[in-house]
Design a protein around this ligand. Structure first.
Ligand SMILES: *Cc1c(COP(=O)(O)O)cnc(C)c1O
Length: 557
């Protein structure tokens, strides 16, 4: 374990490969990574977590600097007992993080102001941070399916045919004419949809249906989804907001009768939502990597603490930062930045999570418009001494009373790592304008929320703060235009602007304020034909029907 050995490697002991349990204590025999990424959600509704966490030394983190991103990512994955051999992990990472990104640094860290650094997670094919995980997970998902099939052929392995209802072994279903299909369902508040569509496009034996709320995604986001290419995908608009949409999809996953109906057609459901551990782990990588970069740029000294500020919705991104800290990255406080839907800020400040009397508000940062943050369950499990009984109690309270309160010890642990604040929609737009004026850097509305919160929460001006930049500004041109012209959120745009297509507006803003090259996917977006127009009510019945129709179409093709 000494750093004086090979300077580019992480010298982790590689223990047993079966190493994941769940937050609700249902799993008694830990499952391997390849199984849990296919299952998505554990049987009983819990989330998967590693049995134990690795630790990296500061030397190991800093020395990653001599490797390209894909290999850094492979090293971090290896520490988490991912059950593929090193060569395979490396080649999957090469496929995930290559010229599909428009920066060869993949997730560059940029200094924008004194002691203020942006971690640009926006260089992937859909220009949102979701790409960081969703360009990676599908490769591991396919490899896991292959591994499962070959070991099932060799011997009916209990490790592969996991007990979760979401992963009934298609191989043993009734002798259907159809080959086995893993159908991934994604509920998205915007960016996940297009990132998942890009990641899973045309993958063998997998298909993907994306559900997005009709209220609250931007025009560009909608277009990115409804024009997505690929022969194994569908995109469905759901009447209602994101929580309605997510609740209906969640209900489908726990419906055992429906799972049986699908099994008869050789179809198994999976999730690629941010509750999937296969999405979290690639996010842990970029925080470790950001620290490596900050030291390499001489922005900080090796070992110096850096605070991290994350614009938060489902709590996946900030949880990944917490895991990065936990395994040894010198991270100080985590700032949880919220918009007007600030249930998380209130929770972090009071220890009570309460949605009983909370209205859902649509804001310029739609990916943060969330009332129930699914990944919080994982965080609480990690903070409460890994007590499943308490988790079950809190989640039951949340279901029955729309609120829960954590105990004193858990609250103290939460306060040790987290601090939180929220900003109004007006403030998020005025921040875009201010940061552009002072630093000539264009923020998107989500990153702007984080910027403002970081300004307020940093304990001293000389505290280094890393702010997660989660979308390219050009995904939200209307609000960026409003911001730069001192209009308010929801204000009508001038007639000559509102008559423009999204891409014309992006061009206009870019010419006046940025003049950098636009991401290729956004530059060509409005030339692509719209392929998906289906809409459904936000009930599990309606969404189940959409699944049956999709499978039916597939059979008739
Ligand atoms: C998804 C998303 C977020 C929220 O991330 P979580 O991991 O869900 O907390 C923030 N900003 C943008 C642009 C996003 O797409």
């Amino acid at each position: 374990m000494t750093s004086s050995q090979n300077s580019c490697s992480i010298n982790q002991p590689r223990s047993s490969s079966t190493c994941y349990i769940d937050t609700r204590g249902q799993i008694t025999t830990p499952l391997p990574f390849s199984t849990i990424i296919i299952n998505g959600l554990a049987d009983g509704g819990g989330l998967y977590v590693p049995v134990d966490l690795p630790t990296l030394t500061i030397e190991e983190i800093v020395n990653l600097t001599c490797l390209p991103y894909a290999q850094r990512a492979a090293k971090v994955f290896e520490c988490f007992n991912v059950d593929f051999d090193e060569k395979q992990i490396e080649s999957l990472m090469q496929a995930a993080y290559g010229d599909n990104f428009d920066s060869n640094q993949i997730a560059p860290v940029v200094k924008v102001a004194e002691q203020t650094f942006l971690l640009e997670l926006t260089h992937g094919p859909t220009s949102a941070f979701k790409d960081m995980a969703l360009q990676c997970l599908p490769h591991f998902f396919s490899a896991a399916l292959e591994q499962g099939e070959s070991s099932a052929a060799a011997q009916p392995s209990p490790a592969v045919t996991a007990p979760a209802t979401t992963a009934q072994p298609a191989q043993h279903a009734s002798p259907a004419a159809q080959p086995p299909l893993h159908l991934i369902l994604v509920a998205t508040s915007g960016d996940t949809g297009s990132a998942a569509l890009s990641g899973f496009k045309n993958r063998a034996n997998t298909a993907l249906i994306v559900y997005y709320p009709r209220e609250g995604v931007s025009d560009i986001q909608r277009r990115q989804m409804t024009t997505a290419e690929g022969n194994n995908i569908a995109v469905v608009a759901v009447e209602g907001n994101f929580d309605d949409c997510q609740a209906a999809v969640k209900a489908i996953f726990s419906d055992t009768d429906f799972a049986q109906t699908l099994a008869e057609q050789n179809v198994t459901l999976s999730s690629a939502n941010s509750i999937n551990w296969g999405r979290l782990l690639p996010q842990v990588v970029y925080y470790v990597n950001a620290y490596t970069q900050l030291v390499a740029q001489n922005a900080i000294t090796s070992g110096q603490l850096v605070d991290v500020c994350v614009p938060t919705g489902n709590f996946g991104n900030i949880l990944a930062a917490w895991y990065a800290k936990k395994i040894g990255t010198p991270i100080g406080l985590l700032y949880c930045a919220s918009n007007v839907n600030h249930v998380l800020t209130d929770f972090i400040n009071t220890g009570t999570y309460d949605i009983s009397d909370r209205l859902f508000t649509v804001t310029p940062s739609p990916s943060m418009d969330i009332l129930v943050s699914s990944n919080l369950e994982r965080q609480l499990f990690e903070l409460n001494g890994r007590n499943s009984d308490l988790i079950i109690q809190w989640m039951t309270d949340l279901g029955n009373n729309k609120k829960f309160q954590v105990d004193k010890t858990t609250f103290a642990a939460l306060r040790e790592d987290f601090t939180s604040d929220w900003v109004t929609s007006e403030e998020s737009l005025s921040t875009i304008c201010d940061v552009y004026d002072q630093h000539q850097y264009l923020l998107d509305p989500h990153t702007a929320v984080a910027w403002k919160v970081a300004e307020r929460l940093r304990p001293a001006p000389d505290t280094p703060v890393l702010i997660a930049s989660t979308a390219h500004w050009s995904k939200f041109p209307e609000d960026v235009y409003r911001a730069l012209h001192q209009l308010l959120p929801g204000d009508e745009l001038p007639a000559e602007v509102s008559s423009m297509t999204g891409s014309e507006l992006i061009d206009l803003i870019n010419r006046q304020y940025s003049s950098t090259e636009l991401p290729e996917n956004l530059a060509s977006l409005y030339q692509k034909p719209i392929r998906f127009t289906e809409a459904r009510a936000a009930t599990n019945q309606d969404l189940m029907q959409s699944i049956l129709d999709f499978i039916e179409n597939r059979s008739s093709n």
